[in-house]
Design a protein around this ligand. Structure first.
Ligand SMILES: Cc1cc2nc3c(=O)[nH]c(=O)nc-3n(C[C@H](O)[C@H](O)[C@H](O)COP(=O)(O)OP(=O)(O)OC[C@H]3O[C@@H](n4cnc5c(N)ncnc54)[C@H](O)[C@@H]3O)c2cc1C
Length: 335
């Protein structure tokens, strides 16, 4: 059987690979960077645990000893209040502050140990347009042929660009400026506070190391040296920024291809669900490839099922976020 080619070894790529390997389908991951590599996005919602369990990697994540938290301090309704994640018979749910370089590395090591081929290389083009019988991508090391290609390249949208799939934007241009600061900060975290131009997030991602994110419309982005109140006295690392405008590819699955994670759809990180969504969509794309290759379900049905599934949660999450921004009168959602 031809391997499934996965572009990118982040959470969506690793989750897709582990799902395929579980079904004995060979996998080749093409990842441009050597791991461990940096990514922002440490705060993982407790809903990630059932996924980690299903993928057989919960113990590897738990053994990392990441900082845990039981909810978020939210200033969304005018006053700051603690919003817990919830609980069940086993007790209070807890999220993780996963150091992403380490978290992503742990996942990709499991992928490698379970038999995937990992190529450190960059996908620079699609040779044959993806089709029901296969897909061929061009990498910086030469061409690779596979049965399917899953684009997990994150916000670079590598395959969508090469296949000329339009990416539609659904919000004003939003930018996330973010950075890290080391030292003492006494206010409770993780916390999120809106103001008239945007919102600011602060989380203690390792003992005495704080990650901050400031999301605004691009014309209101903070100055380069900006740092949230309360963190100014700490030792700060240079800030970076990312485009977090809400967007989704017009076609997230088609002949021989699926797009997963940020490569398929991006929302700003106000709900800290990016990694959860990335892993879920990687698993779903892989599951539908298994249904096609092993159970002979029609490829078009699999592609349509995936598109409808992804579009429906994207619409749902956009509606929730629009409501919150309307209440906070942010980003023009009050108009
Ligand atoms: C400031 C900020 C804060 C965030 N905070 C949170 C948070 O608290 N919680 C949360 O859950 N999410 C958060 N997110 C979102 C989260 O980081 C992403 O949703 C998540 O990383 C998406 O995973 P992915 O696997 O789709 O892509 P990525 O993690 O971006 O992985 C993509 C991989 O593809 C590789 N790649 C790209 N192009 C190519 C190519 N052409 N060839 C080969 N390899 C390629 C890249 O090197 C990379 O390793 C945040 C995002 C930002 C910007």
């Amino acid at each position: 059987m031809k391997p499934v080619i996965i572009i990118g070894g982040g959470p969506s790529g690793a989750a897709a690979a582990l799902t395929l390997l579980d079904a004995q389908i060979p996998v080749t991951i093409v990842e441009q960077k050597r791991f461990p590599r940096f990514r922002p996005g440490e705060t993982l919602h407790p809903g990630i645990e059932p996924l980690l369990t299903k993928l057989g990697v919960l113990l590897q994540v738990q053994s990392a000893g990441y900082v845990r938290h039981r909810g978020v301090w939210s200033g969304w309704n005018g006053t700051t209040q603690f919003v817990p994640y919830g609980k069940d018979d086993d007790g209070q749910w807890q999220g993780y502050q996963a150091v992403r370089a380490d978290f992503d590395h742990r996942l990709i090591e499991q992928v490698r140990m379970r038999g995937a081929q990992l190529l450190v290389s960059k996908v620079v083009g699609v040779l044959t347009s993806a089709s029901d019988t296969g897909a061929e991508v061009m990498t910086s090391e030469g061409p690779i042929r596979g049965g399917y290609v899953i684009d997990c390249s994150g916000s670079t949208h590598a395959l969508a660009r090469h296949l000329r799939i339009p990416i539609v934007r659904y919000s004003p241009n939003l930018v996330a400026c973010y950075g890290y600061a080391v030292g003492a900060y006494d206010a409770p975290t993780p916390s999120i506070h809106p103001d008239q131009d945007g919102w600011t997030w602060i989380a203690e991602v390792e003992p005495h190391r704080f990650q901050w994110t400031r999301v605004t419309e691009s014309h209101n982005r903070p100055a380069r040296a900006w740092i949230p109140d309360g963190l100014q006295a700490l030792q700060a690392e240079p800030a970076q920024s990312a485009d977090v405008t809400w967007r989704m590819a017009t076609s997230v699955a088609g002949p021989g291809y699926f797009l997963a994670g940020d490569a398929a759809a991006v929302l700003d990180p106000s709900s800290s669900h990016g990694v959860l969504r990335a892993m879920m969509s990687g698993m779903m794309a892989a599951h539908l490839i298994v249904r096609h290759l092993c159970d002979r379900v029609d490829a078009r049905v699999c592609a349509m099922t995936y598109h409808d599934w992804l579009a429906s949660w994207f619409q749902h999450d956009m509606a929730e976020m629009s409501r919150a921004y309307q209440e906070a009168r942010l980003f023009g959602f009050n108009n």
